[in-house]
Write a protein that binds this ligand. Structure first.
Ligand code: ATP
Ligand code: MG
Length: 420
């Protein structure tokens, strides 16, 4: 679990505000649900045999003897809230997004933590492929807005209750024939949840899976039509994708469409999936709610942040102005001037410790401010001061009652290099 401090938090804020903007444009409203839920919620939706529920949940008993879990994902809590608030009675289609921490007891490595952040979205009430496509479009536009390239959309269809059993039977038959080649975990998965073998990160298991039966060849007519239309719609939107028939995703609740956004950057190592999702038309009813189709996805912020950091862009916003005081007697006026300029919208830095002008100038350098204004007795009496451009160049004369406008009127010079 990580601490995020100023200096690092800015890239997070950039990702979060970009997400808010994009979801706003697409008409997705934000939901915030509690960090803890009844353990049973995740068992019933995500599935007992999944890694998440089987191995990774932080589960504890509260003082009332209830079994609670820190949420390991956001889809089930959102569905719980949707059912609890009878949202389907109020509107036929709801589009929600959420962001916040999730908890999974995993082995730590780059891009894999025990508390991590997800941004996710769910669209309830539309079973049409257009809804799947729209959801993928938000993600595509979000990644574009972040400036992240080299992320590939993988799509697949897992069929439904009608056609999946035949595929399932064929897969089990095939995997049983290759049992010895599978890792110990997968030999167990084969017993309890064979689809999960396709999800294994072990190379040998992946090789076995690659040569196995293709789920797409088993789709019934309505599922095939859904998948074909989805691809046509992605074409209409100009979204590039690859069909990957081995993509299953690690959760039990998916039907038909599943998809993942996979980055090819070496910084992520094996943690290359930045996000994914799928359709889960049966889950709401399975949780005791209305029979409402749904499609959703979740992205890992930690991995997006890693990718953005690799890009080398800076996200910290430098101050417009540093106010230094030349003498003790100007300290109050410096403090008041900083306050006034902040109220007028400037980002202003000021050394509340006072001290020598030399030490303040050092701090001004370090702050990366565009300008420094030195306030002394002379400036106070005349009402006139100078804006010293920290990147070098001629000082700009300024009246003390017109600082904000003058700073704003200065053309942006090349950014000064902050001292290390
Ligand atoms: P993986 O196969 O990498 O374990 P997953 O299938 O368990 O991923 P999902 O449940 O689909 O992951 O979660 C969606 C996204 O959340 C992932 O693609 C990833 O970006 C992020 N994520 C999942 N688990 C972690 C974690 N432990 N640390 C950081 N990010 C995570
Ligand atoms: Mg996982």
């Amino acid at each position: 679990m990580n601490d995020l401090l100023p200096g690092e938090i800015e890239v997070w804020q950039f990702v979060e505000s970009t997400a808010r903007t994009l979801f706003g444009r697409f008409g997705y409203g934000e939901v915030r649900t509690p960090m803890v839920e009844d353990t049973a919620l995740f068992v019933r939706s995500v599935g007992e045999e999944t890694d998440i529920v089987g191995k990774e949940m932080y589960t504890f008993e509260d003082k009332g003897g209830r079994s609670l879990s820190l949420r390991p994902e956001g889809t089930a809590p959102a569905a719980r809230a949707y059912i609890e608030h009878s949202v389907s009675n109020q509107e036929p289609v709801s589009r929600w997004f959420y962001m916040g921490p999730m908890f999974r007891y995993e082995r730590m490595k780059t891009g894999r933590y025990r508390q991590f952040s997800q941004i996710g979205a769910e669209a309830y009430g539309a079973k049409e492929p257009a809804q799947d496509a729209e959801l993928m479009d938000v993600v595509v536009q979000f990644l574009e807005a972040l400036g992240l390239k080299d992320v590939t959309l993988n799509i697949n269809s897992l069929g439904d209750d009608n056609c999946r059993p035949a595929y399932h039977a064929k897969l089990v038959e095939y995997l049983n024939a290759h049992r010895e080649e599978l890792c110990a975990d997968c030999q167990q998965r084969l017993e309890r949840n064979p689809l999960r073998v396709l999800d294994c990160k072990n190379e040998k298991c992946q090789a076995v899976a690659a040569a196995g039966p293709n789920v797409l060849e088993f789709l019934c007519e309505p599922c095939r039509a859904h998948f074909t239309d989805l691809q046509r719609k992605l074409g209409v939107l100009g979204i590039r994708y690859v069909v990957n028939h081995r993509l299953v995703r690690g959760l039990d609740y998916y039907t038909r469409t599943v998809f993942e956004f996979i980055a090819s950057h070496p910084a992520l190592g094996t943690a290359s999936t930045v996000g994914g999702g799928g359709r889960y038309d049966k889950m709401m009813k399975g949780l005791g709610g209305p029979d409402v189709p749904a499609v959703g996805y979740a992205m890992g912020l930690d991995r997006l942040v890693l990718l953005l950091k690799e890009g080398g862009k800076t996200f910290t916003q430098r101050p417009d102005l540093f106010i230094a005081v030349a003498d003790e007697g100007s300290q109050d006026e410096g403090l008041a001037l900083a306050s006034r300029l902040r109220r007028e919208g400037l980002k202003v830095d000021f050394d509340t410790r006072g001290g020598s002008l030399k030490s303040q100038m050092k701090r001004a350098d370090k702050s990366g401010a565009r300008f420094t204004l030195v306030l002394g007795e002379q400036e106070r009496t005349s009402g006139q001061a100078k804006l010293k451009p920290m990147a070098g160049g001629e000082p700009v004369p300024v009246a003390l009652d017109n600082v904000a406008a003058t700073v704003r009127a200065q053309p942006e010079a090349a950014a000064p290099v902050p001292a290390a």
